[in-house]
Structure formats: C-alpha cells, structure tokens
Design a binder for this molecule. Structure first.
Ligand code: GDP
Ligand code: GDP
Length: 442
C-alpha cells in the first residue's frame, strides 16, 4: 500500500517549507548536476505514531514562473485536491487573513476533501488571539502552530492521521485469489492446459456449445500456497454442434466476458499457426480492458526446432502484437507438460507489476530525469511542461500527469515516457494508463 498523501497548501512565506523541513528533520533540497540548478525536493516520507505519510509541499511545485500569483495558488490547491488524502492549508498568524487565503479556502471547502486549517507563526500562547479571524474561512477550528519553534507539529500530524481511514492490515493481500482467465481460439489447448494446471482431468460439464454458461471456474492452490480462480472459457465446447466459423466468433465473446472478470489473462497461441488475426483481436481486448497478461505459446512439442526457434518466435509475437510488447511469452506443451510449471509463477510476477504502486516522490524524480534526457516537445514556440505526476490507481497502474497544455503531449512523447517508466520500474505484463490533465487554464 502506498502512503497517504498529505498536501501542504498556502501562500508563499506562510512557512510551508519551514514546516516541511522541520518535520522531515533535515534540510532537503538537492543540487542537480547542472550547475546553478537547485531542485527542491518537494516530497518527504514521515512517520507519526507508526503511520507512514508522504508530505508534498505544493508551494514547491513550479507551476509557471510567469503566472500571476493567485492563479498559481489555485493550481497548487487544485493539484492537492485531486491527489491528496488530506490537505493542510497553511496561513500566517502574523500577517493575518488575506484575500488570497479566502480564495483558496473557497476552493478547498468546495472540494469536500479533508482540510486542516493551520495558522502558523503563533510562536507564543500570548498570540493565540490572532487565530480567531481564521474561523471566518469556514474550514473548522484552526490549529495554531509555530513551525520555526516546532510547536504544535505533533498535534498537527495527529490531526492528519485522525482524518485518514484506518490503516488496513495485510489481510487483503493474504486472502487474495487471483482471477486467471485462460483465453484463446478454439483448439489452442485451453482445456489441456487448465487440466495440466489442475493436475487432473476434470469432468466436462456440458457437451453442448452455446450453453448459457460462459466459463467454468475452478479454484487452484499453487505450489507456493497462492490461490487462483481459473476461468476456463473452453469448458463448454463440442465442435460437432457448431460450425467452425461461428465457434471462433463465439469464442471471442466468451473471451471478453472472461477477460472482464480476470486479473491476469493467459492468452494461448498455437505454435503451429503463429499469431493469427483472432489472437490479435483477443490480445487487443486484454490490453484495452487493462488486464495483466501472459502469452503462452502452446504445442511447442509439435514444432521442429533449430537453434534460435524460440527467440525468432518470440520476436514474431512482439511484431504481431506491437501494442503488447511488455508481455512475457512462455513456450510450453500442455500435452507433455513441458514448462507448464512456469505458468503460475509468471502469472504471479505480472500480477505484482499490475498492482504495483510507485511512491510519488520517486515518480517525479524519474520524470525529471526523463524530461532532462529528452526535452518535451514544443509547438508554435510553446513547450510542453509537465508539472507533476502521481499514480492515481493500480490494476492497471494509472498515472496522472499535470501539464500546461494537453495538446502538446504528443503520442510519441507519451510513448517515450511510458518506455522510460518501464525501463525504470519494469511493469512487465501490465498495460499502463496515462491520464493527461491541463493545469494552466481555470
Ligand atoms: P513558504 O514560502 O510558505 O514555504 O515559507 P517559508 O517556510 O519559506 O517561511 C517564510 C518565512 O517565515 C521565513 O523567513 C521563515 O523563517 C518564517 N517562518 C516560518 N515559520 C515561522 C514561525 O513559526 N514563526 C515565525 N516567527 N516565522 C516563521
Ligand atoms: P481448447 O479448445 O483450446 O480447449 O483446446 P484443447 O485443450 O481441447 O486442445 C485441442 C487439441 O489440441 C486437442 O486435440 C489436444 O490434444 C491438442 N493439444 C493441446 N495441447 C497440446 C500440446 O501442447 N501439444 C500438442 N501436440 N497438442 C496439444
């Protein structure tokens, strides 16, 4: 599980970075290799009473240096609203309430996100009177702190933790049953492989193609104790009843239903036929549905082999399924059992990638490297600027990029970033989703 994200929002000079640095316990700005460039680290992980939190100083997000100040603040607040679990809205008890504070408070109030109103620079109890005007913001009771003197910081972190949902135990992980769909054209060997995995011949439930049941589910406990629900779309199949062509079509429909309820799809391909149009279609569905996938080239026993047969075949698979070149390909024989023992462990691996979370800080560091290596594209003198990226969800990993202009995020650059992420974080077997959000217009 990723740490909850806590955003620190507020006008410049209210003491956000002072707070940030005090809590982080060290000065955290890093000097980049490029001379003269200091990039402040705007993320830090902290632990309070056993709870791990990631703090973001939104003031450090360089939205647009030439933008008017209020607009920048709104954007920072907007980013916080869209990504954070709790927002700490910082104000300055010495200067008092300002119009910008009121403006941002309105945005935050409307967002319905949990917000803590913080009045900083209350260095002494005698200054508590200065807090009262902040009630006006309608964000509940203000919390007085002094970031510089480290007063009230623990109370603030505790208040943050109180607003978070209870930390879930790892029970969910332990009880996880991987939904595993075995899909492919008729006769590629789905039943044979399923039976091999189950280690026994299952009795056929029905002999009639076109029965209402689309698939047969069987629970399997793997050698490592992991549990799998195998969704076998071939359970119902008797060729005699239906012509070949409609059987093929029917099999795609069944595949869709199975894919929609799976975590990992095992796409079987017949080694003797290579990748057919129908295989490509099913692969496309798996990709579009955002499922993790493993490609199984079955009937490997029936192939005449030379030195590089496997590598050549693998290349052919990636050529035919260009959109899915992240998927592991395994070669086996359901008939002889050769390499069938690699199937479940490969499924475990892609499932782990599919449900993987990358901490926001790391993600933005990698983004900074990627954009330094290859500059974002420009058009009509305007260059794409990516302010910030965060992983919104898993299964599949979905990333939200906040940019100055959506139209400047060309396909090629998106593809470049995807490859960069894959190179850095692996993600084999899982599609990645990139969501682009524009953040300069209001
Ligand atoms: P940011 O722009 O919101 O990140 O603000 P900074 O953390 O850079 O702080 C702005 C100024 O306020 C600095 O001069 C700090 O030393 C000062 N400051 C920060 N926290 C406090 C505080 O609790 N009390 C007082 N008196 N000054 C503070
Ligand atoms: P399904 O329609 O995808 O479930 O395919 P089946 O499991 O019913 O297999 C179709 C045919 O291919 C059967 O005659 C199997 O014996 C055969 N078959 C399945 N796996 C293999 C394999 O690994 N090697 C060979 N040579 N034949 C296989």
């Amino acid at each position: 599980m990723a740490n909850p994200l806590i955003a620190i929002v507020g006008r410049p000079n209210v003491g956000k970075s002072t707070f940030f640095n005090k809590v982080a316990g060290r000065r955290i700005s890093i000097v980049e290799d490029t001379p003269g460039v200091t990039r402040d680290r705007i993320y830090t992980d902290v632990e309070w009473q056993g709870r791990k939190l990631t703090l973001i100083d939104t003031g450090g997000i360089d939205i647009h240096s030439d933008d008017v100040f209020l607009r920048q603040m709104r954007q920072q607040a907007q980013i916080a609203i869209e990504t954070a679990d709790v927002i700490c809205f910082f104000t300055d008890g010495r200067t008092g309430l300002t119009d910008e504070d009121r403006d941002v408070a309105n945005l935050l109030r409307r967002s319905k996100k949990p917000v803590i109103l913080v009045v900083n620079k209350i260095d002494h109890i005698s200054q508590n009177d200065q807090m009262y005007e902040f009630y006006e913001l309608g964000l509940g009771e203000p919390m007085a702190i002094s970031a510089a003197n480290m007063m009230g910081l623990g109370d603030l972190l505790q208040a943050v933790c109180d607003l978070l949902p209870p930390q879930d135990e790892d029970s969910e992980e332990e009880n996880h049953v991987m939904q595993l769909a075995v899909v492919g054209r008729p006769n590629v060997g789905k039943s044979s492989l399923t039976n091999r995995l189950l280690g026994q011949e299952r009795s056929m439930v029905s002999d009639i193609a076109g029965t209402t049941r689309d698939a047969i589910d069987t629970l399997l406990v793997g050698p490592d104790g992991n549990r799998y629900n195998i969704i076998d779309t071939a359970g119902i199949r008797r060729k005699s009843q239906v012509e070949d062509e409609s059987l093929e079509k029917y099999s795609v429909l069944r595949a869709i239903a199975a894919i929609q309820r799976c975590d990992v799809a095992l796409l079987l391909i017949d080694a003797r036929d290579g990748v057919t149009e129908q295989d490509t279609k099913i692969a496309g569905i798996i990709h579009d549905e955002g499922r993790a996938a493993v490609i199984v080239v079955n009937k490997w026993d029936a192939i005449e082999k030379e030195t590089n047969t496997m590598e050549t075949f693998r290349k052919e698979v990636y050529d035919a399924l260009k959109f899915m070149d992240y998927v592991p390909v395994i070669f086996l024989s359901a008939k002889t059992g050769q390499r069938v023992n690699t199937v479940l462990s490969t499924c475990d691996q892609v499932w782990a990638q599919w449900s993987k979370r990358i901490p926001t800080g790391v993600l933005n560091d990698v983004l900074a490297d990627a954009t330094a290596d290859v500059q974002p594209p420009a058009q009509n003198g305007r260059r794409l600027k990516i302010f910030y990226v965060t992983q919104q969800s898993v299964c599949p990993p979905t990333f939200v990029f906040f940019v100055n202009d959506e139209k400047l995020m060309h396909f090629a650059y998106k593809r470049y970033l995807e490859n960069y992420f894959r190179k850095t974080f692996d993600f084999s077997g899982t599609p990645l989703r990139f969501v682009i959000r524009e953040r300069t217009k209001e």
